[in-house]
Design a protein. Structure first.
Length: 439
């Protein structure tokens, strides 16, 4: 037996660990030792004098133990753990420097109604406003799924209305109240025109009233050229009700950051007789409006979109075309405004390509470029890399890896569960090795 891989596993997690050895050729567990400490592992390895290649994880303890027992053996560290550690360090850096919602400034563009679109408080906007906001994002090159998620609308609605022109879309979003109002206006317009036509044909006001069963006062009003079918009071706000005379004082108290309880006591002393819930709702709405105006002023009337940080972190593990809510245009804007993101992703992808193509000659240049970024997390990773550089280079150039050991550890865990932990290490070792010999 010349080629093996070794790995540790928990006898009692966080307290006691053991080491397992697997033959790379036969894929069988060869032996186990009830320790992973440097004092005991070298003497155990010496029991296998023919070892020439040993695959392991990045443990420096195992490195020293193998060197002490088989100085000429080729050590190979695990590629999976190399990439896992690099992405972990990069993820920690991105989490530290990016908010959970990352703001991206869109190119200067106005929406269809000529106003800048703000990506905030979408839940408080009407469905119509959210739909047209999604259309603006889509027209700016953002993907359908990302636009709909940002605007908080169903993509099925987006697709259904996409072939429509703006007039048809506006008609779709009309409320029942608006439709009823338009029907009433059309009916009234029809009656006004009929009255005027009859009057021009020679009918008297009394005759028109009798024919149409309408009051003469109404006929007189319809004949007035200044009369239109639209009610002049339509769309105007009604009086403020019980709070109307107190709103100025309430707004002043809110601006001075009074507590709600103090505001209520004050206006009740002034004669307010309404409910607490009515007052609380008014105060809450005013505070929300103030917050919205503050957020708008904070971004200087620029057009922003917000994407979730977790989508950016996914780029450490997957290519962009596999991430549903992040498209190429949005990614380009992200990299332009957060340059360190593109640099980190480039470093990770270059390292992945080095492992994939077994191009060990590019490793030193990669290390140099990575250190030039000046990122402490990446520097920590490279310091660990340099301490085990020979094993790292062997991992890049050779086909061996520690996957066999990881699988064998899982097998041992299953056996431990079957035994309910009611055994000492020797019993566990004998059971595992005997099961391997049955193959």
């Amino acid at each position: 037996m010349e080629m093996v891989c070794i790995d540790d596993f928990a006898i009692r997690k966080g307290v006691k660990y053991a080491t397992v050895m697997i033959d790379i050729n036969s894929h069988k567990i060869i032996d186990m030792i009830n320790s992973r400490d440097y004092e005991e592992v070298p003497s155990w390895l010496k029991e296998f004098p023919n070892l020439k290649i040993v695959s392991r994880d990045g443990s420096l303890t195992y490195k020293k133990a193998i060197t002490a027992s088989h100085a000429d053996a080729i050590q190979v560290t695990d590629r999976f753990h190399l990439l896992k550690n690099l992405t972990m360090y990069c993820k920690n850096y991105l989490v530290k420097h990016l908010k959970t919602k990352v703001s991206i400034e869109l190119p200067a563009n106005t929406s269809s109604n000529g106003k800048m679109v703000f990506c905030m408080n979408n839940n408080k906007k009407s469905l119509k406003d959210r739909y047209f906001y999604a259309i603006d994002l889509y027209n700016n090159g953002i993907s359908k799924s990302a636009s709909c998620k940002q605007a908080n609308i169903d993509i099925r609605l987006f697709n259904r209305l996409l072939p429509f022109d703006n007039e048809e879309r506006l008609k779709y979003f009309k409320s029942k109240k608006e439709i009823a109002h338009e029907e009433k206006v059309a009916e009234k317009e029809k009656r006004i025109n009929l009255v005027r036509e009859m009057h021009e044909s020679g009918y008297s006001m009394r005759g028109i009233a009798r024919e149409l069963n309408m009051a003469r006062k109404t006929i007189s009003k319809y004949l007035d050229p200044n009369t239109t079918a639209i009610d002049s009071s339509y769309g105007t706000k009604k009086s403020g009700g019980l709070l109307a005379e107190y709103t100025d004082r309430i707004n002043e108290c809110i601006s001075l950051k009074f507590k709600f309880s103090d505001i209520e006591v004050m206006i009740r002393n002034q004669g307010y007789t309404g409910s607490t819930s009515l007052l609380r709702r008014y105060v809450s709405n005013i505070k929300s409006d103030i917050k919205l105006q503050y957020e708008k002023s904070k971004i200087d009337n620029k057009n922003y979109i917000f994407i979730e940080r977790k989508l950016i972190l996914k780029l450490l593990y997957q290519p962009i075309y596999k991430i549903e809510d992040l498209d190429k245009n949005l990614f380009e804007l992200l990299c332009k405004q957060y340059t360190y993101v593109s640099k980190i992703l480039e470093i990770v992808n270059r390292f992945r390509e080095i492992l994939k193509n077994k191009d060990v000659n590019k490793l030193n240049l990669w290390i140099e470029d990575s250190l030039n970024l000046g990122i402490s997390e990446i520097k920590s990773f490279i310091n660990g890399l340099k301490q085990d550089i020979d094993a790292v280079k062997n991992a890049i150039s050779l086909d061996y890896n520690n996957g066999l050991a990881e699988g064998s550890v899982n097998k041992i865990k299953v056996i431990k569960r079957i035994m309910y932990g009611r055994c000492n290490f020797e019993t566990l070792r004998n059971k595992v090795i005997n099961l391997e010999n049955l193959k």
